[in-house]
Design a protein around this ligand. Structure first.
Ligand code: ZN
Length: 1022
């Protein structure tokens, strides 16, 4: 999303493209001063952009469409010869073996060799090249010294590209050699010069550069390249010219290069699948955020939007795909074919994409004529596993076209289902890539929750086709806006598809709000808008804080502005009510980390007056915040607190109070003796609310007597707030446990779901303690009557996934899950019977919606044969949804040998897909019998794991937090700290979060565990 900064104080809203220009001129904040960075100053960080989202979106769209028209009218075809890259040769090029290494460019490792990290340079150099390279290195050093004398960093050593050049158009021609996993390319970049300079600096990483030429456009006069070299520290290619490029002229930069189609997860990488007993390979790209530079030399920052014309040459047994449709295909006699794709509209490098595979597809067409195809393994297409996704995609395009009032801007949209991918999906414009588990769905064997996962990922990626691709953030600190928006839309869009599910009003709370408040309650959290400079830092911004807090803030804004105003984006409302400045309000939420807890206290001396105070919520009050700008005391938010007064049978309509001081007095009319107060109505606000114990008691009474006076979302909110306030020590430990007593009468899914989620971390704090059985017993009592009432699903659930039954089926599932995991005898028997029936009859009659619970319970209770049976089924099943839950069930065993065996097998990519291995390790860590095994395994294999996932930071931090979050003894804390001392590399933020979490766990054990058990003992004897 290109909703970036204002440069003056609250200027009127301006179209996005104009701002982009401004940003290009001014650079972004934090660039070192000097001729290269022009007038880069700290950028004012304002938040009007958030309010202006829709208006700017619409204006941005208009400008983009004009640009698109203009671009298509100007057919800029550069005369380039394709033959220069590999095509003239008989076979694939010998990568890096020709001894000509211009400018010390380092060749990639040889084909077939394990990819991993680049080798040390010396090793990779040919002997002949060494002398020339040494000479050039000398030159390079001299040049660097010269920059040092001038007390400046050379342009290639700076974290951001210098701003004197701008790419207008790329012509990229690739040849993909799938037999040895190499590719070669020739890129021609048309450059516009903004300031005279002798240097061209653009991104290029892990490739071998064969040739670099610069020609002046039109006159075709070549500019001599003095030398060129790769500078791996900043992942750039530097071209030094004999003379300066002249301002306002345009030039053509031609680069010929080759590289590997690596066996990893980023850049242009390969993966495989088995079809008819034969392993087949495919190549696909993942460029976001900073990996396009591994596939072709380019200006790999989102602000450099350009047009792209791509051609891909491959064996005719494969097909190729890219963002745009194929314009022409040229077949050669030798069984090769070149696909020429249409030119793209203006776009950033990070959502460019291509693939070379032998997939098949099914297609559909929207009302407005967009051709949507789903490409997947031929067997999956034949089984119809892509049909669900294809069908909802067509409907969603129509939904978004209507919502945004802007047509989908490309002629086609392909959805590509790949076996291996670092993320659930990536929104490449016109070619969105999904991991199979998030797009393929076999209705006859998928649960509702699986269907929901698939649906929401598709809704998310489609939202990005507008919000992200058409309008794009200028720099990565604003990622939270595009991701938060798309994440919020997962719920809005799913409500469009399934109107009865009420996702935005209900499920959003448990899945987004409650979830992210867990993370953001750590002192080591970070603001949703984060500064990033180094390329290696950029992955850091793609975390749950950005996605979920972003979504929660957008929802809070939509609620206090009013949904209709929000949707129409009529104007950038400066003020809501009399004295609230939205810009200031949102600044506090996006630039400060964490969130407040509001405490509402009745005033003993003055009637009808309450005292409202705010402070930053943190789980561990001993933990020191890492942000030196803010001491905990200086945190202050302007909080739109909605509040209502209730008594036994009635609740007042809500009033809004803007709380902006540490502590304020407010008058509440009609506050009677037995009335209770309820804050944050429907939990639209991103904060927690605490009350005096008297008010908590009144609320608990209300829930017990007639819970329906309080809305479903507030019932869920009270549960989540109470558990977390108690965990952080703001509230006595018994309050949350007393609240959930009313659940025996609760027929709505959401409060159960909130309770189940809130109980989970508490359970993990206690599951290895001596008195655990008391806690267990208490929870079982609360669950028992609802479990009896609801019973088990009787058949293989409605094949059509009837909408109306969704809430009911999800509630039943939740209750069965609680019953089975806390050891309800009937639940255990039922699970064991179902498993035995499956084994003896070899027919799986287990209801779809509870299969994961049954498998897991079966594996944990029954003997090794069941484990072996599930393991065998994991291998033989084709359906991806089933594979995933079978694999996870294997982690439920209490046999430590089996758990160890599984951990060791998880690193074998042929058995367990790279992205699934992380889930195996995390799930073993959740099992009290396996926690120490997973922790030990993690430490022993850290080097391997870090090499595999380190670069995809998102996965690495998921692994780190998943393995450590439930460690809770002093001993484990010591082990963690010692481990970090010896190994921390690049994942510093994840590790400091882990230490804080474990410290908070240990602290809770020390301070509150006994209090909780004492209350439980007393309560159970009554
Ligand atoms: Zn996204």
């Amino acid at each position: 999303m290109a909703l970036e900064e204002k440069r003056e104080k609250r200027p009127p809203v301006t179209p996005m493209m104009i701002e982009e220009e401004a940003a290009l001129r001014n650079g972004s904040r934090g660039l070192p001063p000097g001729p290269w960075a022009e007038a880069a100053g700290p950028r004012p960080r304002t938040t009007e952009r958030h309010i202006a989202v829709h208006k700017r979106l619409v204006l941005g769209f208009a400008v983009s469409i004009l640009a698109l028209l203009a671009v298509t009218m100007v057919a800029v075809l550069l005369s380039v010869r394709f033959e220069e890259c590999g095509a003239a040769a008989d076979g694939p090029p010998r990568v890096g073996g020709n001894g000509s290494l211009p400018g010390g460019a380092r060749p990639p490792p040889r084909a077939g060799q394990s990819p991993g990290r680049p080798e040390p340079e010396e090793q990779a150099r040919g002997g002949e090249a060494t002398a020339a390279a040494a000479a050039e290195e000398e030159e390079e050093e001299e040049e660097e010294e010269e920059w040092q004398r001038r007390r400046l960093l050379p342009p290639w050593a700076r974290p951001r590209l210098p701003r004197h050049l701008r790419p207008l158009h790329y012509n990229l021609m690739l040849s993909a050699f799938m037999e040895n996993f190499t590719f070669c390319g020739e890129v021609n970049v048309q450059l516009e010069v903004r300031n005279a300079s002798r240097y061209i600096v653009l991104h290029a990483h892990r490739m071998h550069i064969e040739a670099v030429r610069v020609a002046e456009d039109k006159l075709a006069g070549a500019v001599r390249v003095a030398r060129s070299f790769l500078y791996p520290q900043t992942q750039v290619l530097v071209v030094v010219l004999n003379r300066s490029l002249e301002v306002q002229r345009s030039y053509n930069l031609k680069i010929i290069y080759n590289a590997l189609i690596e066996n990893e997860l980023l850049g242009f990488f390969r993966s495989s699948y088995v079809l008819h007993g034969e392993r087949r390979f495919l190549g696909v790209t993942q460029f976001s955020p900073t990996h396009a530079r591994k596939a072709f030399p380019c200006f790999d920052e989102p602000i450099y939007k350009a047009t792209f014309k791509i051609s891909i040459r491959h064996q005719a047994t494969y097909i190729s795909l890219s963002n745009m449709p194929v314009e022409t295909s040229v077949f050669e006699e030798d069984g090769w074919v070149t696909d020429h794709f249409s030119q793209t509209p203006l776009m950033s490098t990070y959502y460019l994409a291509w693939a070379v595979c032998n997939f098949t597809y099914r297609e559909t067409v929207t009302k407005s004529g967009v051709v949507v195809r789903l490409y997947a393994r031929p067997d999956a297409i034949r089984r119809g596993s892509g049909d669900y996704a294809l069908n909802i995609t067509r409907r969603l395009i129509e939904f978004y076209e209507d919502y945004f009032k802007v047509p989908y801007s490309l002629p086609k949209l392909d959805l590509l289902a790949v076996p291996k991918h670092p993320y659930a999906a990536m929104e490449n414009w016109g070619l969105s890539v999904f991991v199979e588990q998030r797009i393929l769905l076999d209705p006859s064997i998928s649960s509702i929750s699986y269907l929901l996962d698939v649906t929401m990922v598709i809704v998310h990626e489609l939202c990005h086709q507008w919000f992200g691709d058409l309008v794009t953030p200028v720099w990565w600190e604003d990622v939270w806006l595009k991701e938060g928006f798309a994440h919020y839309f997962e719920f809005v869009g799913t409500d469009y598809l399934y109107p009865g599910w009420n996702m935005e009003k209900q499920r959003f709370l448990t899945d987004v709000l409650h979830e992210v408040m867990l993370l953001d309650g750590l002192a080591s959290s970070h603001p949703v808008s984060q500064e990033v400079q180094q390329a290696t830092d950029i992955d850091r911004v793609f975390d749950w804080i950005a996605y979920k807090k972003g979504a929660a803030l957008i929802r809070m804004l939509a609620n206090f502005m009013g949904h209709s105003v929000f949707q129409m984006g009529l104007q950038a409302l400066k003020r809501v009510g009399k004295s609230v400045n939205i810009q200031e309000v949102m600044d506090q939420w996006t630039l400060q980390m964490g969130y407040p807890v509001i405490t509402i206290l009745g005033n003993e001396t003055t009637e009808n007056v309450i005292v409202i105070s705010q402070e930053r919520f943190v789980y561990d009050s001993d933990a020191k915040t890492k942000d030196p700008d803010f001491g905990d005391n200086s945190y202050l938010w302007q909080i739109p607190l909605t509040i209502a007064v209730g008594n036994t049978s009635h609740i007042s309509s809500e009033a809004i109070i803007w709380v902006s001081n540490k502590s304020e007095h407010h008058r509440i009319p009609a506050l009677e003796e037995a009335s209770w107060l309820l804050g944050n109505i429907n939990q639209t606000g991103y904060f927690r609310v605490n009350y005096d114990v008297r008010n908590w008691r009144l609320l608990i009474n209300q829930l017990t007597r007639n819970h329906e006076v309080i809305s479903v979302s507030n019932r869920a909110g009270l549960i989540d707030d109470a558990f977390n306030l108690a965990r952080a020590g703001y509230l006595p430990q018994n309050i949350p446990l007393e609240i959930i007593r009313y659940l025996s009468e609760e027929k709505d899914f959401l409060p159960w779901h909130a309770a189940s989620r809130a109980l989970y971390p508490l359970d993990k704090l206690l599951d290895r303690t001596e008195s655990y059985s008391i806690f267990n017993e208490y929870i079982l009592r609360q669950v028992a009557s609802m479990y009896l009432k609801l019973g088990w699903p009787t058949n293989n659930l409605n094949k059509s996934l009837v909408q109306a039954s969704y809430q009911h089926e999800e509630l039943r599932r939740e209750v069965i899950m609680l019953a089975c995991s806390f050891g309800n005898k009937h639940c255990h028997q039922q699970a064991a019977t179902l498993i035995s029936d499956w084994i003896s009859s070899n027919r799986n009659r287990i209801p779809l919606n509870v299969r994961d619970i049954v498998y897991c319970t079966g594996v944990s209770l029954m003997d090794e044969d069941v484990w072996e049976f599930i393991w065998m089924k994991f291998h033989s099943t084709i359906a991806v949804s089933e594979k995933k839950i079978l694999l996870e069930a294997l982690t439920c065993s209490d046999d430590r040998n089996l758990l160890n065996r599984l951990l060791n097998l998880s690193l074998n990519s042929e058995v367990v897909l790279d992205q699934d291995a992380i889930d195996v390790i995390i799930h073993v860590a959740r099992n009290p019998h396996g926690r120490d095994l997973a922790w030990k395994f993690f430490r022993e294999k850290w080097k391997i794991l870090n090499a595999r996932y380190g670069e995809a930071l998102f996965m690495n931090s998921k692994l780190i937090s998943g393995v450590t979050e439930f460690l809770n003894t002093e001993e484990e804390l010591r082990e963690l700290k010692n481990f970090i001392k010896s190994y921390e590399e690049g994942s510093a933020a994840s590790f400091s979060r882990a230490v804080e979490t474990v410290e908070a766990n240990v602290r809770w054990q020390r301070l509150y565990k006994e209090e909780l058990f004492q209350w439980l003992r007393k309560s159970l004897t009554h």
